[in-house]
Design a protein. Structure first.
Length: 354
């Protein structure tokens, strides 16, 4: 169902259009980590619904045609399509847009500022009523300021999700990332951990905010952070930073650490899988906290995680952009929101014995 929902969403949303090649069984197996039988079951569901067509000797193709519509359009710019994240966020946005008979025009930047510029230009030249944006490389000032200014001049409302740019004054709907990180770190400290390592993403604002919360909690408890025990990565260097050799190097530096705070659940489980190849004893004694509360396969090990609101965030972003469409003074009014901290249950925190 996870593979099926992901496939259906990228087709219905227009990420993959009619006639486009759909990822192969082998690609999907690597992407999701499921067996060929599971992948084939998902593809059969998609084929039975007329969303894809499998051509022997050639591959699998999208067979769903999106209807041309005269509906009002709202642009949705996302930085990337997370396997576990995107369908639920998109469903939340779409459920509200459907109620208002508004069409979603989806764009995916793959965390490229050039791609963001391309889609902003595209939206300027089409009949877009408003835009929901997930920032690209959001920890840095954005160079596409003039394009955003042109959109504002055309009175096209813009609201950000997950993050915002430091050099652009737009409202945003986000997790309380720094507060959540503070509370997760506090949980580790309350269980006796003092040597805590971390993995953070440096090219988006969420990564910086999550490091900030961790740093503030450690400082408040008068515990020094060992810089060698912090691993930074970006979208561009992901494969290298999580290669076996790179993780081995980090593992050697952090052997004395009893716990980790990870940027998100994907990273947490990736590191847990790596630890499983190193030391069963170490893994049993090691604690982990993370963000997103994602369901990533069947595991006995369940990470304690800051809950991302997913559908709720999508629905609120959609409701607010709809309100902004009717508000001529949308730039002067407040449509921002920060979700309160919620932490999931799990078994990934162990008490450190004195």
């Amino acid at each position: 169902m996870k593979v099926y929902n992901w496939g259906k969403t990228i087709i219905i949303s227009g990420v993959l259009k009619y006639g486009a090649k759909f990822p192969s069984e082998n690609v999907l197996m690597r992407k999701f980590g499921f067996s060929r039988e599971t992948i084939r079951g998902a593809l059969e569901h998609l084929e039975n619904e007329g969303l894809i067509e499998r051509v022997r000797g050639s591959g699998t193709y999208v067979s769903f045609k999106m209807e041309q519509s005269s509906k009002k359009k709202v642009g949705l710019i996302l930085s990337y399509l997370s396997d576990y994240f995107f369908p639920r966020l998109y469903d939340g946005i779409k459920s509200i847009m459907d109620e208002e008979n508004i069409q979603i025009e989806l764009a995916v930047t793959k965390n490229s500022l050039n791609e963001e510029a391309h889609y902003l230009e595209k939206f300027l030249n089409m009949n877009i009523s408003g835009i929901i944006v997930e920032g690209t490389k959001s920890s840095f000032p954005n160079p596409n300021v003039r394009l955003y200014e042109r959109l504002v001049k055309k009175n096209i409302p813009i609201i950000f999700i997950h993050n915002h740019y430091s050099n652009l004054d737009f409202d945003s709907i986000e997790m309380s990332d720094a507060k959540c990180s503070y509370e997760l770190t506090k949980l580790l400290l309350e269980n006796g951990h003092r040597k805590i390592c971390g993995i953070f993403k440096y090219d988006d604002m969420q990564g910086i905010e999550r490091y900030k919360g961790f740093m503030e909690c450690m400082a408040e408890h008068d515990i020094a952070i060992d810089d060698d025990c912090i691993k930074w990565y970006s979208t561009k260097d992901f494969d290298y930073k999580f290669s076996k050799s790179s993780l081995n190097s980090f593992y050697k530096k952090t052997k004395n650490c009893t716990a980790m705070i990870a940027y998100n659940d994907e990273i947490a489980y990736k590191y847990v899988s790596f630890l499983e190849t190193k030391s069963e004893k170490f893994l049993k004694e090691f604690s982990m906290v993370s963000f997103d509360d994602a369901v990533l396969g069947d595991r006995d090990f369940k990470v304690v995680s800051g809950v991302h609101p997913k559908e709720k965030l999508g629905r609120l972003a959609a409701r607010n952009i709809i309100k902004m469409l009717k508000d001529k003074s949308w730039m002067d009014n407040n449509y921002s929101y920060r979700f309160p901290v919620t932490i999931s249950e799990g078994n990934s925190i162990k008490m450190v014995e004195d």
